[in-house]
Design a protein around this ligand. Structure first.
Ligand SMILES: Cc1ncc(COP(=O)(O)O)c(C=O)c1O
Length: 394
């Protein structure tokens, strides 16, 4: 049995989330609720497999991929999501963000337009601009706590801006939408009509809350197999991002060869031995741990919504269909983005992710990471309420 209520001190463990508190001179008791990893111990299957290899055979030489690793990943996709990819479609990179950059370099040309739907995971923007490509944004339409794709604008932006690639985030970080089969089909149709390559980042695929169900892009659009690259990783589901391991599915043989050659040119030829070991252990023996995590997160999400409604009812909490990241509109406080950041850190002692990082559409918002013991969520809401009262903001 796992105890997700247990608070584990992550200070001084090289955690970006917790150790950046000190590095950024935040008050020492600041609660870290930003960076998207979870404050839960990993499943025993993973911990034991890593410990067994680390201590049992103390040579960490150049390593080949574990036999059965890709099959375990595919088996998970089939059982959990009804998608049947082939093991040979998988290429490995040290992370999905690395893969996005490689894919952009490999399949687009300098100055090409790449479509995104902001607000969206900020490395999408950095990956596009950092590689000399143009961001073409079709902003999501917001209706209170719910977001939709503006399909007319989506097609118009593709048509007018020399777009050759679309970066899809499903489930969507930070707005929490799980795109439906119908929405995915509409995206697919438009992209196919304009010969746009679809790169779908499905790293949050396992985090959805009933009645919402994750639909893999290629389940909704099986005929587009040759026009899609799917990015996944065990790192979100099983809380392993420090192991830097991701599974990138490229069904088209031609595109796979092209990407493999590009990875080779960039020196990305093998992955970390411990990444392989953890990936296989997690996908073969981590299911019941993950089911427990998902149940706990659902209760965290309900608890957060109830606490916000009680303590800070004027803030709009977006509907969390998927991911463990809650997207909250604080614009009613009337603070600039810099003032909002400073209020959260220096008044409330809570470190969240600033909405503005996800694009100008995120101005006035903050993103809460709910992958933590429930008491931390309660404490963060209490602190924000107390600080807002003290400042006379509400
Ligand atoms: C949508 C999305 N893609 C990718 C990542 C990070 O992937 P990786 O750590 O494998 O680079 C995150 C992490 O928060 C994410 O939210």
């Amino acid at each position: 049995m796992y105890n997700f209520d247990m608070i584990i001190d992550r200070h001084n463990t090289h955690s970006i989330k917790w150790d950046s508190i000190k590095e950024n001179a935040c008050p020492p008791d600041t609660l870290a609720m930003g960076t998207a990893d979870m404050d839960f111990e990993v499943c025993s299957a993973v911990a034991e497999a890593l410990a067994r290899r680390a201590a049992g055979h103390r040579i960490y030489g150049y390593s080949t991929k574990l036999k059965g690793c890709d099959e375990a990943v595919c088996d998970w996709m089939k059982k959990r999501h009804g998608w049947e990819p082939r093991p040979e479609w998988i290429l490995n990179t040290p992370g999905v963000v690395c893969a996005l950059k490689m894919i952009i370099q490999c399949f687009t040309c300098p100055d090409d337009g790449i479509l995104i739907t902001r607000p969206v995971y900020y490395p999408f923007m950095r990956s596009i601009e950092g590689n000399g490509r143009r961001i073409v944004n079709s902003p999501l339409l917001r209706d209170g706590s719910h977001y939709d794709v503006d399909f007319d604008d989506f097609e118009e932006k593709i048509r007018r801006n020399g777009v050759t690639m679309f970066l899809l985030c499903n489930p969507h970080n930070p707005v929490g939408r799980v795109w439906t089969a119908d929405e995915l089909r509409r995206m697919g149709e438009i992209c196919a009509r304009h010969h746009v390559l679809i790169v779908t980042d499905e790293i949050h695929c396992d985090f959805t809350f009933a009645p919402h169900r994750f639909v893999p892009f290629l389940v909704a659009n099986p005929h587009l197999e040759n026009e899609v690259v799917v990015c996944t990783a065990p790192s979100k589901t099983f809380n392993l991002p420090g192991l830097k391991y991701s599974n990138i599915f490229v069904p088209s043989r031609e595109k796979r060869k092209k990407l493999l050659d590009h990875l080779e040119r960039c020196g990305i030829t093998t992955c970390n031995l411990f990444g392989y070991i953890a990936c296989k252990a997690a996908y073969t023996r981590g299911a019941s741990w993950f089911d427990g995590v998902l149940k706990y997160l659902k209760r965290n999400s309900d608890f957060f919504r109830e606490s916000m409604a009680r303590e800070l009812p004027m803030m709009v909490v977006s509907e969390l269909q998927g991911t463990y990241l809650a997207w909250v509109d604080f614009s009613v406080l009337g603070l600039s983005d810099k003032q909002l950041y400073e209020f959260m850190i220096y008044d409330a002692h809570v470190r969240l992710d600033d909405g503005i990082m996800f694009g100008p559409e995120g101005s006035g918002f903050q993103r809460f990471n709910l992958g933590c013991p429930r008491s931390v969520i309660g404490e963060s809401v209490t602190r924000i309420k107390r600080a807002a009262d003290a400042r006379g903001l509400i």
